[in-house]
Design a binder for this molecule. Structure first.
Ligand code: GLA
Length: 416
C-alpha cells in the first residue's frame, strides 16, 4: 500500500504539470467534438515541450502563426542574402521573440495588425528553387510534420495578403513592377508549389486575407500592391488559380471585424459579387479578434448573413482582448497601462467567452472550425498590440498554461 502511494505521489506532480490535469478539465477537442474542429495558431516553439503536449491534448487543427505566409516561405535574393537565415527585425518583420514572450507587433493603420509576432524561420534552411522562386520550407515543414505525426489537420494561412509578402514578389529581377499578367503567373507558380507541398495535411486555405476596406464608402482596401497592380480582379483570380491547383481543398476568404455591421455589409456585398460571378469561394473566415463590445446579436447576425450566401463559416483567429475594441482607432484612445487581472476583468472575460460560445454552439451547423490565435496568455500577440508594452489576458489558458475561469465558462456551455 505504502509502495503504491509512493508511486502515485510520484505521478501526481507530472499530472499537475500541464495545469490541465485537474479532474474537472475536459480537453477542448472533446468539448467541441460534435460541433466543429478546434484549432490553435502555433509557431516553432509552441509545438515543443509542455506547450506541444498541451497542443496535442486540446486541438485537432493547427494554423501557422507566420510560417506559411509568403514572407516566411519566400527567399528573395534582394531581401535576404542567399544562405543567410531570415532575421527578425528586418523591414516588415517583427523582432524575434525572447524567452517565450512574443515580440511586439508593429502598430498598423486603422487599428489592425499588419503582422503577428514571432515564429519566423529558425534552424537550418531548406531551400528549393521552383520556376524561379526560391522557397525556404524549414519552418513550415516542421509544423506540418508535427501535425502529420499527431494526426491533426491544418488551416493554410495565407496565400494573398497586402501584408507580410516580400516587396520583391511584385517586381522583376531589375526591380520593375510586374504587370497584372506577370503577377498572376507568379501567383500560379507560388500557389502550385505551396499548396501541393502541404496538400496531404491542409484542409482549407485562406486564399485572400483582408481585402476589404475599413472606411465607409470604400469596398476594397486600396493600399495594397495587389489592388494597385490588378484592381479588384485579383480576388477572383486568386480563388480561380487556387481551385485549379487543388480542386479538393476548401478555399476561404479571411478578414477581421466582420461582426461590425458596416464591415459586414461590405463583406456580404463583395462575397455575393464573387459567388454570383461563379468564383470558387467555399467559406469565410471571421478572424474573431473580439472585445467586450462584440455582442451575441452582432456575432449571430454575422454568422447567419455570411452562411446565407452559401458559405461555410470559420472563426479563424479567436482571442478576446480585456481592453476596448481596437479596430478602427488602434492604440490611440486606448488605456496605455497594463491593467491588473482583477476579479472584475476575469469575470467579464468569462462572460464574454460564454456568450460567444453559446452563439457558436447554436450555429454549429454553419461553422466548420474555430481556431484560437495563440495557446495561452503569455504568448498572445495582444501583449504589445495595439499598445506597446501593455499586457493582455485574451485566451482560455493563463501564463502558466492553466485553464482560466473563461475556460470553465466555455465548458459550461457544453457540460451542464
Ligand atoms: C491578422 C493576420 C494574422 C496575424 C494577426 C496578428 O489577423 O491574419 O496572420 O498576423 O493579424 O497576429
Amino acid at each position: 500500500m505504502k509502495k503504491l502511494f509512493g508511486i502515485f505521489a510520484g505521478i501526481l506532480p507530472c499530472l499537475m504539470l500541464s495545469g490541465q490535469a485537474q479532474s474537472d478539465f475536459v480537453p477542448l477537442k472533446e468539448l467541441f467534438k460534435k460541433d466543429f474542429l478546434i484549432g490553435v495558431a502555433v509557431n516553432g516553439r509552441t509545438i515543443t515541450g509542455d506547450a506541444g503536449k498541451m497542443v496535442i491534448e486540446n486541438f485537432n487543427t493547427l494554423t501557422c502563426e507566420n510560417e506559411m505566409k509568403p514572407q516566411s516561405l519566400l527567399y528573395f535574393r534582394s531581401q535576404r542574402p542567399m544562405g543567410a537565415p531570415p532575421q527578425g527585425g528586418q523591414p516588415g518583420q517583427p523582432p524575434q521573440p525572447q524567452g517565450g514572450q512574443q515580440g511586439q507587433a508593429p502598430q498598423a493603420q486603422g487599428g489592425q495588425p499588419r503582422q503577428g509576432a514571432g515564429g519566423f524561420s529558425q534552424g537550418p534552411l531548406k531551400l528549393d528553387t521552383i520556376n524561379g522562386l526560391v522557397f525556404n520550407w524549414a519552418s513550415a515543414d516542421r509544423i506540418a510534420d508535427f501535425a502529420r505525426q499527431n494526426k491533426m489537420t491544418m488551416r493554410g494561412h495565407t496565400l494573398v495578403w497586402h501584408s507580410q509578402t516580400p516587396a520583391a514578389f511584385f517586381t522583376d529581377d531589375k526591380g520593375n513592377q510586374l504587370t497584372k499578367e506577370q503577377l498572376y503567373e507568379r501567383l500560379r507558380i507560388y500557389m502550385t508549389a505551396v499548396m501541393n507541398r502541404y496538400k496531404d495535411v491542409i484542409f482549407c486555405w485562406d486564399v485572400v486575407n483582408e481585402a476589404l476596406s475599413d472606411s465607409p464608402g470604400n469596398l476594397y482596401r486600396t493600399s495594397s500592391k495587389w489592388y494597385e497592380i490588378c484592381g479588384k480582379d485579383y480576388l477572383a483570380q486568386a480563388f480561380r488559380i487556387a481551385r485549379s491547383v487543388n480542386p479538393n481543398v476548401k478555399l476561404i476568404y479571411n478578414d477581421y471585424n466582420l461582426v461590425d455591421p458596416a464591415k459586414l455589409d461590405r463583406a456580404v456585398t463583395m462575397l455575393k459579387e464573387l459567388k454570383d460571378a461563379g468564383v470558387p469561394v467555399d467559406g469565410v473566415g471571421m478572424q474573431g479578434h473580439w472585445s467586450k463590445e462584440v455582442t451575441a446579436e452582432m456575432l449571430n447576425t454575422a454568422i447567419n448573413r455570411l452562411a446565407a450566401l452559401g458559405l461555410e463559416v470559420q472563426i479563424t483567429e479567436l482571442d478576446v482582448t480585456t481592453y476596448s475594441n481596437y479596430h478602427g482607432e488602434g492604440g490611440k484612445n486606448q488605456v496605455q497601462e497594463t491593467q491588473p487581472y482583477s476579479k472584475e476583468v476575469e469575470d467579464r472575460l468569462a462572460d464574454n467567452y460564454k456568450t460567444y460560445f453559446e452563439v457558436l454552439h447554436k450555429n454549429a451547423d454553419k461553422i466548420t472550425s474555430v481556431t484560437f490565435w495563440g495557446l495561452h496568455d503569455g504568448i498572445s500577440w495582444l501583449n504589445g498590440f495595439p499598445v506597446r508594452g501593455r499586457s493582455d489576458y485574451p485566451l482560455l489558458f493563463d501564463r502558466e498554461m492553466k485553464p482560466k475561469k473563461a475556460y470553465y465558462s466555455v465548458k459550461s456551455v457544453y457540460v451542464k
